[in-house]
Design a protein around this ligand. Sequence first.
Ligand SMILES: NC(=O)c1ccc[n+]([C@@H]2O[C@H](COP(=O)([O-])OP(=O)(O)OC[C@H]3O[C@@H](n4cnc5c(N)ncnc54)[C@H](OP(=O)(O)O)[C@@H]3O)[C@@H](O)[C@H]2O)c1
Length: 269
Amino acid sequence: MRWLITGAGGMLATDLAGLLDDAVALSRAELDIRDKDAVTRAVREHRPDVIVNCAAWTAVDDAERHEEEALAVNGHAVANLASTGARLIQISTDYVFDGTARVPYAEDAPTRPVNAYGRTKLAGELAADGHVIVRTAWLYGASGRNFVKTMIRLERERESVSVVADQHGGPTWSADLARYVATLADAPPGVHHGTNAGQTTWHGLAQEVFTLLGADPARVKPIPASDYPVPAPRPAYSVLGNPRLRDWREALGEAFVEIQAGLVAGQQP
Ligand SMILES: NC(=O)c1ccc[n+]([C@@H]2O[C@H](COP(=O)([O-])OP(=O)(O)OC[C@H]3O[C@@H](n4cnc5c(N)ncnc54)[C@H](OP(=O)(O)O)[C@@H]3O)[C@@H](O)[C@H]2O)c1
């Protein structure tokens, strides 16, 4: 099975490339997925059976002011990858939902994004029609910036941190997601939810990080989202049903060891 991974260097792509060690992993400098001719050339050269599209505009707040540019990557470019003849695994997001639900969203629940990033990712889902779409959420891992690494840093720097306690989601370890994606080469087309099971809030996730650090979780203070204004509104509840991966706490416990080891080895938190 020949794999091609786009967006190499990103958090998920790094874990996936580490797992599929004979995969071709191309960074943005090596393959800009917006360039249809470049996509055609890459597919002709590497002849992949499966393309995993890990490339994305992931700056959720910046997307509010740059929606067209975000759409070019998250929406239009996906059409370039969907029409090569290779199978496509398109990575999508819980932010395609509006957050008004109170039970986990089914794969076929109606979508209604509340921010620009979500709208562009939904356009990507539509462009990947007929292929495999894996929605994930609240990703963290050993590479790249992410919430878990930020909390590890803030525990060192501050006596207390205030964290949003009224947004609910499913924190997901990128390495668990990579292992799941690696099983999907022959999966039937359609939407698959790829998150760790269970749910918490950003506050709950931060408290768990503090606990793993041996710090007092009461140093993490709960605040409403309205006290932490950001350009892009977030859904208040974006838990995905049928999550496929193990419980989020168990995953975080194992991830924590790897992330700490990486930090000791000099990766930026
Ligand atoms: N992170 C999360 O919490 C989260 C949650 C839900 C879903 N997802 C989805 O999961 C997937 C992986 O996310 P991630 O957190 O691993 O992303 P990431 O770390 O931000 O990596 C994205 C990669 O895409 C590259 N890229 C951007 N524009 C490109 C282009 N035009 N052509 C080729 N590459 C391009 C980026 O390169 P540069 O670094 O050079 O810009 C970066 O290496 C994405 O589809 C994302 O939407 C993520």
